[in-house]
Design a binder for this molecule. Structure first.
Ligand code: FES
Ligand SMILES: [Fe+2]
Length: 482
């Protein structure tokens, strides 16, 4: 498959192969490509992205037909279906899937559709009735938690469905594949899709030390954003915009020493091995070394990144800054050591994490539509999904995950939905990101815009997403070499 490699000098070397090679799994009939439009909408090898990929209803339709119908996608957390009878709805376009915890403890998934007249069975989250079944709200047919129909009201009126008739045994809602990793339940509408482990590779090995499976959902905040779902992913998938979009943090963030790396279909970025790791402001500010106050930077970092650091750590930093680091260590190293001991004392397994990972973020991109930072003991993930029929909008969910303190009572999950994203205070940084999503979506609609011209080093994760999407959209296209 297509890949990219970051060399020691920081340059990205792209490995370009025709989309489809090595990734196609089964034949897709040719699309009706009147006028060659779809061909013109492919992402270019030089990083140019035609804007129609963000604006065209036809492109949105192609994504539904070929991407969302075949890709593994996160539906929910395992703890949302913790108890037999729990049900969560996952919707993508016109498709709706129910994820259930069956009475035998297994996780199942099937289409959210009644076999009678096609009504949706469930809206959102629910729990099965006391008899362990789901009842259609329209004419009250009942279904087991694996999708088997267990009651047809007045069955004797239906040819072949009366008591004892053979047709009853086949009455089952079509299943959907569901597999779990790291506490996330993934679903795939394609019965022939590759196993989830192959799709995710190499993320499970990379992220194992963070123990995402031990984290628990603390909050789900959902809204709609005025941008294509890909624009919402893009906004969190690079640090190139920090100097323009979040200039207020440059005094405490070295936004230049960031590395990007593609990982199979996925990607990540941050202070990866090879990136400079010292307490420095952005080199863009041109502050002389003698004028740099490492203590102020560390204090600002721990106070400003609320998702990553716990309140108690601010006192720890204040003490350390006042006393100075022990001889032979830097302030950053001393804090990393203290942080590791602090998290370990709270019961967090930090044995697989390096000292540098105590203060650096693992900014993950999970193809196609989840992106966000993972820290020791917590994570914030953003999921974007298309709004059916409207390429200019997307559904946007923020999942806050935390390692649960075993000494404290389990905390309830906060669930809130904001129909207008401006009805909630998302914090300064995220508000700036959301404003930029709207800004690019509106700007691209201008006749003066042809598309996106991506930075091949700092926006390689965005380019990689588009290449991945094209593999789903055009793989095994008869026009391409197979
Ligand atoms: S549509 Fe479900 S029972 Fe009629
Ligand atoms: Fe941002």
């Amino acid at each position: 498959m297509t890949g990219a490699h970051q060399e020691s000098n920081g340059r990205i070397r792209l490995r370009l192969e025709p989309p489809g090679q090595g990734s196609a799994r089964h034949y897709i009939p040719p699309v009706d490509d009147a006028g060659g439009r779809f061909e013109a909408w492919r992402v270019h090898d030089d990083g140019f992205v035609p804007k129609e990929r963000y604006l065209s209803p036809e492109f949105l339709g192609l994504e539904h037909e070929r991407l969302w119908s075949r890709v593994w996608q996160i539906a929910c957390r395992e703890e949302e279906v913790a108890t037999p009878g729990d049900v969560v709805e996952h919707s993508i376009g016109d498709e709706s899937v129910l994820v259930t915890r069956d009475l035998d403890g297994g996780i199942r998934a099937f289409h959210n559709v009644c076999l009678h007249r096609g009504a949706r069975l469930v809206d959102g989250c629910t729990h099965a009735g006391a008899d362990g079944t789901l009842r259609c709200p329209f004419h009250a047919w009942r279904y087991a938690l694996d999708g088997r129909c267990v009651e047809v009201v007045d069955a004797e009126d239906f040819p072949g469905l009366g008591p004892g008739s053979a047709g009853r045994a086949d009455l089952r809602i079509p299943p959907v594949r569901a597999e779990a990793w790291a506490g996330f339940v993934f679903v795939n509408l394609d019965p022939d899709a590759e196993p989830l482990a192959d799709f995710l590779d190499p993320l499970p090995a990379l992220l194992a030390p963070f123990h995402l499976e031990q984290m628990r959902l603390r909050a789900v905040l959902s809204t709609e954003l005025p941008g294509n779902w890909k624009a919402a992913v893009d906004a969190f998938n690079e640090a190139y915009h920090v100097q323009g979009g979040h200039a207020q943090v440059l005094g405490i963030v070295d936004d230049v020493s960031i590395r990007y790396e593609v990982l199979g279909r996925h990607a990540h970025y941050g202070r990866l091995p090879g990136a400079r790791r010292v307490l420095r402001p952005s080199p863009r500010l041109g502050i002389a070394d003698a004028d740099i106050d490492e203590g102020a930077i560390l204090t600002g970092m721990v106070a400003g990144l609320g998702g990553a650091f716990l309140r108690e750590e601010r006192e720890m930093v204040a003490e350390l800054v006042a006393a100075g680091p022990p001889p032979g260590t830097t302030l950053l190293e001393a804090y990393q050591e203290r942080r590791r001991a602090f998290l370990a004392a709270r019961g967090l397994d930090v044995t697989g994490l390096t000292l540098d990972q105590m203060t650096s973020v693992e900014d993950l991109y999970l193809f196609p539509n989840v992106v966000g930072p993972i820290y020791p003991g917590s994570a914030i993930l953003f999921r974007a999904r298309p709004v059916p029929g409207d390429p200019n909008r997307c559904f946007h969910d923020t999942w806050v995950l935390e390692w649960p303190d075993p000494a404290a009572a389990p905390k309830p999950v906060t669930r809130r939905t904001f129909s207008d994203w401006r009805d909630h205070d998302w914090g300064e940084l995220t508000t700036q990101d959301y404003e930029n999503i709207e800004r690019v979506q509106r700007g691209m609609r201008s006749s003066g815009s042809r598309g996106l011209r991506l930075n091949p080093r700092q926006e390689i994760n965005l380019w990689h997403m588009h290449r991945g999407i094209d593999e789903y959209l055009f793989a095994h296209d008869p026009m391409e070499p197979a």
